[in-house]
Write a protein that binds this ligand. Sequence first.
Ligand SMILES: Cc1cc2nc3c(=O)[nH]c(=O)nc-3n(C[C@H](O)[C@H](O)[C@H](O)COP(=O)(O)OP(=O)(O)OC[C@H]3O[C@@H](n4cnc5c(N)ncnc54)[C@H](O)[C@@H]3O)c2cc1C
Length: 464
Amino acid sequence: MTVSTQRPEPGDLRTRVTGAVTGPQDPGYDEARAVWNAMIDCRPWGVVRAADVGDVATTITFARDHGLDLAVRGGGHNVAGKGTVDDGLVLDLADLHAVSVDAAASTVRVEAGASLTHVDAATEPHGLVVPAGVVSTTGIAGLTLGGGVGWLTRRYGLTADNLVSVELVTADGGQLTASETEHPDLFWALHGGGGNFGVVTAFTFRAYSHGPQLFAGNFVYRQDRWRQAWTALELWTRDLPDEMTTITTSLTPPPAAEMGDEPLLLLGFAWASADRAAGEAQVRRLRELAPPDAEEVGDTRWVEWQAAYDFLLPKGVRAYWRNTSFDRLDDAVIDVLLRRGAEQTWTGTAFDVHHLGGAFGRVPEEATPFPNRAARFWLNMYGFWSDVADDASRIAFVRGMSADMEPFSTGGQYINWQGAEPTGHRGLDPRAVFGPTKHQRLVDVKRRYDPENVFHVNQNIAPV
Ligand SMILES: Cc1cc2nc3c(=O)[nH]c(=O)nc-3n(C[C@H](O)[C@H](O)[C@H](O)COP(=O)(O)OP(=O)(O)OC[C@H]3O[C@@H](n4cnc5c(N)ncnc54)[C@H](O)[C@@H]3O)c2cc1C
């Protein structure tokens, strides 16, 4: 490949694509370059809003020809800011967000710039759902390529586990579809290996009959009941049916909230089955193990439940996150959760514990790159704040809690939940994340589809 030594101008690309190209001199540049995490303040050479698949191919080729770093953006929610790059070219897919539902086949084709809202809005009228994440503004692309964990994970597995096929443009500008039968090596890598292998233009997912009502809710515990609640979670989840997924969040609610401004524990659950009575029986069992100080339980529309946490994490907050997994809620782990739970402030930090297993846990470890299927629990630790003066303390909280949990960690971090590390720090080590065997398999796929590492602004799998 020959790389042009002459520095191009955004105007050079403007004549070749249909979508808008915004450079530093253009109005709207600050809006075009902004990603979800306000800590990420990159100044790209230019941002292309792809209008069609042709624009995607042209942009990849342009970046290669001119030696520009290429960042690919779906929803722009990556906490480490992998949807943008300093002095390089951002390929933003936000205008490609069409969703089409094949109700007879129970499949859904989703263009790669869609958010979870686009997907849920299209599937709800058909009584169908695609398992995805818990905040509706998140991009389907990055979420799926990293895995995708949410309220239906125990019932139907990860978002990536429900892929039927993936349409993408490769590093040489070619188009292909990956599935179990076409490019199966690449299809495997797209189940958690991130954005390393090409630019996805559309995903086709399996969908499931669902709702539109969901039996779901939250038990709320004040601090003096936290130990009882965490202990109850350990006992309750030992023999919980797949239909029940729980996410337990430790946070201080916003100032005007009903329960004041003290840190609280919210034990949230969603029952993915039409057999409501069976769900109620499970909730009763939990109530007996740890009676909550307050509760809000009932039927809610799936799309509303999916947006229930949106207020907590709006675009423009400053953020630093980490993730780990563990397999028991014993006294030693609970001691950490109690101590760290008491440190929460609004806005500032929070953490949540996902109960895993179920359909997610039954997928064989080697069947996808996604790491650590055996983990019983996942811990997401997140800082979200608005004042620059709080940067150091919020980051210190997340790192400190992460260190506290190190002795209990069963490994296998989630690439989608990793904050940006300071310059010069490597961040996640893919060998440690995926394990040597799966990492080597990912490297082999990378060599086949992107030997020059054109797609390196991501949790990178280097081809060598
Ligand atoms: C508020 C919030 C809530 C979240 N909730 C959840 C949750 O419930 N469950 C969960 O699993 N995760 C969750 N996440 C994490 C989320 O999965 C990651 O941040 C993910 O990277 C977001 O995808 P995106 O498309 O919005 O990000 P982007 O920043 O646009 O992209 C992220 C990565 O994916 C790559 N990429 C994006 N689009 C493409 C494409 N079309 N082709 C190839 N590569 C591409 C990019 O190169 C980049 O490396 C949440 C994040 C936020 C900020």
